[in-house]
Design a protein around this ligand. Structure first.
Ligand code: U87
Length: 262
C-alpha cells in the first residue's frame, strides 16, 4: 500500500461494527480500571477541557468515524459541534446515533464514565441530550485535499479535535504533514487542537479491511505540529499493556497532545 488513492480504496472495506467491537468493547473498554486505554483517553480529554481554556462557539472533530466518545467532555464548552468523516457508512452510523436508532452501538458506559470523572454530578442522560443537541452536522471530509470540507464553506472554528485519524489515513510522512496543514486551515489562530493517535503502529483491522498505518514516533508528531505553526502545550503517552494487544492492530503507544495554533 503506497498511495493515498490505494488507502482510500482500502477504506471502502471498513466495517464500523467490527471496528467498534475491536476498539470500543472489552477488553479495551474496561471502565473498572484507569489503566485501560479507553478510560485513559477519556481522562485526557476531560482534564484538557476542565481547565476552561478551550472553549468557544464551534468545535470540529476531524475523522470522527462511527464514534462519539471524543466529544463527551467537549460538549460542555462549545455551542455547536461539527463532526466529519470520509466514509458515508460512518456518517450514517452517527446519524443513527443522533436519531436514537435502536440498532446502534451503546455509548452509555462511556457517557456514565465521563460524568463520573468530571465529578460535576451531572446525570448521564443530561450529557447525552446535550451532545445530541450540539452536534449540528456531520460533513464529508478528505484531509488530503487542500480544502478538506469542499464544497462546504465554513469560517475557521474555535477548536479542533481529532482521534486516530492522521496516521491511519496517510501513506507516508509527507502526506501526514500535508494533511495536518490542510486541517489547520480550518482552525482560528490561537485556537486549540486536541489530538489523540497511535505511535509505532503499522496496521489495524476493521472487519475485512486491513488498514496500513503510518508508524510515527513522539518526536515526529511534535515536529510536524511545530512546523505547522503550533505551540505544544501538553503531550502525554500511554503504553499499550500486553493484555490489550489483542491482534486487531500493532499499536505500541498512544499519545495525547494539546497544541495551540500561533
Ligand atoms: C476514533 N475518530 O475511533 N480524510 O477515534 C479524513 C478519513 C480519510 C480521509 C479515512 C481510525 C481508527 C484508528 C475515530 C475513528 C478513527 N479512524 C477516516 C484505530 C487504529 C489504533 C486504535 C484505533 C482506534 C475513516 C482506537 C484505539 C486504537 C475513519 C477514521 C480513522 N489503531 N478521514 N482521507 N480516510 N478517514 O473513515 O473513520 O478516518 Cl484505542 Cl489503539
Amino acid at each position: 500500500m503506497c498511495s493515498i488513492a490505494a488507502l482510500k480504496e482500502n477504506y471502502q472495506k471498513f466495517n464500523p461494527k467490527a471496528y467498534l467491537k475491536n476498539n470500543y468493547m472489552p477488553p479495551r473498554a474496561d471502565f473498572s480500571t484507569e489503566d485501560c486505554v479507553v478510560p485513559w483517553k477519556l481522562r485526557c480529554l476531560a482534564e484538557a477541557f476542565e481547565t476552561g481554556n478551550i472553549q468557544g462557539r464551534t468545535l470540529m472533530d476531524i475523522g470522527s468515524g462511527p464514534t462519539i466518545y471524543q466529544l463527551l467532555s467537549a460538549c460542555d464548552y462549545f455551542d455547536e459541534i461539527v463532526m466529519t468523516d470520509f466514509l458515508e457508512i460512518n456518517r450514517e452510523e452517527i446519524h443513527k446515533w443522533l436519531q436514537n436508532d435502536p440498532d446502534i452501538f451503546d455509548w452509555s458506559p462511556y457517557i456514565k464514565h465521563t460524568c463520573k470523572i468530571e465529578g460535576k454530578g451531572e446525570l448521564w442522560t443530561e450529557k447525552l441530550r446535550k451532545l445530541r443537541e450540539k452536534v449540528r452536522c456531520i460533513y464529508p471530509i478528505d484531509i488530503h485535499q487542500r480544502r478538506p470540507l469542499h464544497p462546504v464553506i465554513m469560517k475557521p472554528v474555535d477548536a479542533l479535535v481529532s482521534t486516530f485519524c492522521l496516521e491511519a489515513v496517510s501513506p507516508d510522512k509527507e502526506s501526514f504533514d500535508k494533511a495536518l496543514e490542510n486541517i489547520t486551515t480550518l482552525l482560528k489562530p490561537k485556537g486549540y487542537f486536541l489530538m489523540i493517535g497511535a505511535l509505532h503502529e503499522t496496521y489495524y483491522m476493521a472487519g475485512e479491511a486491513r488498514i496500513p498505518v503510518l508508524a510515527v514516533n513522539e518526536q515526529e508528531v511534535k515536529e510536524s505540529l511545530i512546523s505547522c505553526g503550533y505551540k505544544i502545550c501538553i503531550f502525554k503517552t500511554y503504553t499499550m499493556p500486553t493484555s490489550l494487544k489483542i491482534g486487531v492492530d500493532d499499536v505500541q503507544e498512544i499519545f495525547f497532545v494539546q497544541a495551540q495554533k500561533m
